[in-house]
Design a protein around this ligand. Structure first.
Ligand SMILES: Nc1nc(=O)c(N)c(NC[C@H](O)[C@H](O)[C@H](O)COP(=O)(O)O)[nH]1
Ligand SMILES: [Zn+2]
Length: 193
């Protein structure tokens, strides 16, 4: 019996495959949705936005594009996306990402955890929970901080296993020694954040 989260991780993986391969980042896909409370089969889910790495101009991340796409549709600047996300009693905002949202970026651009946390400002519920298929490998920033930072912001997260090899193979595709990095990442101990 596969996890009910699997179809969404697979949708994120398909999005990640659209990302142009680069040695300087990972190819990641993200989906933002609204989920009704106590709906175990997710039958009433509403997809709000999707995004993938470098979908939008510049050095953009999947989660960043997902929010930016939604903000554009609602005609607000990216940093005000929290103000246009739906607030509906009895429903929660959920994000699926193939990879743990970044807590730090070598470029110095705003990390995705910050963008996710920003949605909960102004007394709004914002993103309630993030599901991801792999922890960020140590390639760029060493031990990843993303999920610990989500916890510090009071945002729930959960690693959904089962697609690690596929997700990492897509993520590393633009890297020099991709196969070696995938093997190494698969071997990295699953550290709890
Ligand atoms: N969750 C996530 N979604 C993405 O779309 C993406 N590309 C990364 N990648 C994380 C990695 O840590 C950063 O890509 C490097 O730290 C380089 O930083 P920049 O991307 O140049 O800002 N992580
Ligand atoms: Zn990011």
């Amino acid at each position: 019996k596969t996890s009910p989260h699997m179809p969404y991780l697979k949708q994120c993986l398909s999005l990640a495959e659209k990302s142009p391969p680069r040695p300087t980042n990972f190819r990641v896909g993200a989906v933002l949705l609204s989920r009704k409370d106590d709906d175990p089969t997710f039958s009433d889910d509403r997809i709000l936005s999707t995004g993938y790495t470098m979908e939008l101009a510049g050095n953009t991340h999947a989660e960043q594009c997902c929010f930016s796409n939604y903000a554009a549709v609602h005609k607000v600047p990216d940093d005000q996306v929290g103000e246009v996300l739906p607030v509906e009693p009895g429903r929660k905002l959920i994000m699926y990402v193939t990879m743990e949202p970044c807590g730090k970026r070598l470029s110095g651009n705003a990390p995705c955890v910050q963008r996710i946390t920003q949605t909960t400002e102004g007394g709004r519920e914002g993103i309630h929970k993030v599901y991801f298929g792999v922890k960020e490998p140590g390639t760029f920033v060493g031990e990843s901080e993303g999920c610990r930072m989500l916890t510090e912001s009071g945002i729930e997260w959960e690693h959904v296993g089962g697609l690690e090899r596929e997700i990492l193979t897509v993520a590393f595709a633009g890297h020099e020694n991709a196969a070696e990095e995938v093997r190494a990442a698969l071997g990295e101990k699953e550290t709890n954040c």
